[in-house]
Design a binder for this molecule. Sequence first.
Ligand SMILES: NC(=O)c1ccc[n+]([C@@H]2O[C@H](COP(=O)([O-])OP(=O)(O)OC[C@H]3O[C@@H](n4cnc5c(N)ncnc54)[C@H](O)[C@@H]3O)[C@@H](O)[C@H]2O)c1
Length: 478
Amino acid sequence: MLISCNFYIDGQWIDPVEPGPVHAIVNPADEKIIGTVLMGGKNDAHAAVDAARRAFDGYSQTSLAERRALLARLQAVFERRYTEMAQAISTEMGAPCDLAYDSQAECGPGHIKAALAAAESFAFESRSGPNGDLVCEPIGVCALITPWNWPINQIMSKLAPALLTGCTVVLKPSEFAPLSARLVAEFVHEAGYPSGVFNMLYGDGPVVGNELAEHPLVDMVSFTGSTAAGISVAKAAAGTVKRVVQELGGKSANIVFADTDLASTIRRGVRQAFNNTGQSCNAPTRMLVERPVYEQAIALAAEYGAQVQVAHPSQRGDVIGPLAMKRQFDTVQRYIGLGIQSGARLLIGGEGKPEGFSAGYFVRPTIFADVTNDMVIAREEIFGPVLCMMVFDTEEVAIRIANDSPFGLAAYVNTSDPVRAQRVARRLRAGTVSVNGVGQDYASPFGGFKQSGNGREWGRFGLHDYIEFKCINSDHSQ
Ligand SMILES: NC(=O)c1ccc[n+]([C@@H]2O[C@H](COP(=O)([O-])OP(=O)(O)OC[C@H]3O[C@@H](n4cnc5c(N)ncnc54)[C@H](O)[C@@H]3O)[C@@H](O)[C@H]2O)c1
């Protein structure tokens, strides 16, 4: 039976009042249609915003303790229905089942717990000066616009702090990840949130997303997606002077100094670039290697890259699945072709599908060596398993190449010299820097410099997005 996804507005499951084109849900592993998404229009966006607006007066006045209890209930529902969520993510965007279970779905409880922990020590009320009382108030109605690549990471890193601070929400998820978003709506309903606090509708970006960004009754937009769409959202929002938080694309550098443990560093770098089939905004897609170990690094990368197994998402273990959709498959093919034309040295992979795959959006994990930073494949976000390797001679040059990008989301540094690691990390224009493979925890800020965005989500940093600071000045001497 085909799945049908409709809207959750004002506590009810409803069909669009202004139906747009029906979007087919295609399983990226076999290209079969498994369901449909009903897409809305401007009037559906208005209905969702109106519901959120009506709910705001009451919900914003609830106590922090009440909101914490509700969010804890949402966590409990999520944990009880966790397997359903992992399966939905794997089906809609092709993440291998272990990745979907261990990492993708795990972001849900992960962000809820981080928001709850942050609220314990967050100063919602404090003194700002001799006469000033500083109070943190919910900003209002928030439009959350999210992509498909880590769908629950993006939804829950926004939704948990929004609900905790007393905001009401309209979620417009990507139509390419409708199943996980539908489950979020079911979880919120089951947790017992008052009607209108959370609303969800599907629709394309230029119509529904744009309407939410422009809407005068929306107080804030939190957007995650491509840089081009983020710019459109900011322009649409400018007329109403609402707050816009942008979490956008990346082309992150992974600097490999000659003194590192080369085998493990290269293995990790290749694996991270290919993780989630290369569809991660912070993937280390530009690997910069110091000249004395460059040829050795290339040989290791080719060896490890060839061992990466492409498989159907139902296969257990450390494998990579298909790309999420045909559009992404075509884009990646185009970039691989551009890489070959530009004269980069193709180490493994290339155009076409891997052997044994006729259906599904599977691609060949691809590594280019001798890439220069002016090549298109080094400058633009490909969003597939395509790694670019380049050589550098000095620390200064490595930093210059790493920073020579319109993006600044993440960076990676590998060296056995801790002083150099810190020195280089502090000069990289990126929102997060990983030293020798150390990963990020949910309490730490995630976001970008430059055209990778202007926000910092996760933990206590995420709470700030949804808060207005109000200063109440009165005579404190009496
Ligand atoms: N920085 C981060 O935290 C982060 C995390 C994940 C993904 N991303 C980025 O997201 C991109 C991949 O996701 P995608 O293909 O879904 O991105 P996308 O920009 O095509 O779409 C993202 C969302 O924005 C909506 N949208 C598109 N155009 C819009 C417009 N003009 N107005 C309003 N809404 C609009 C889409 O419908 C979707 O819901 C990559 O660039 C990736 O780097 C960034």
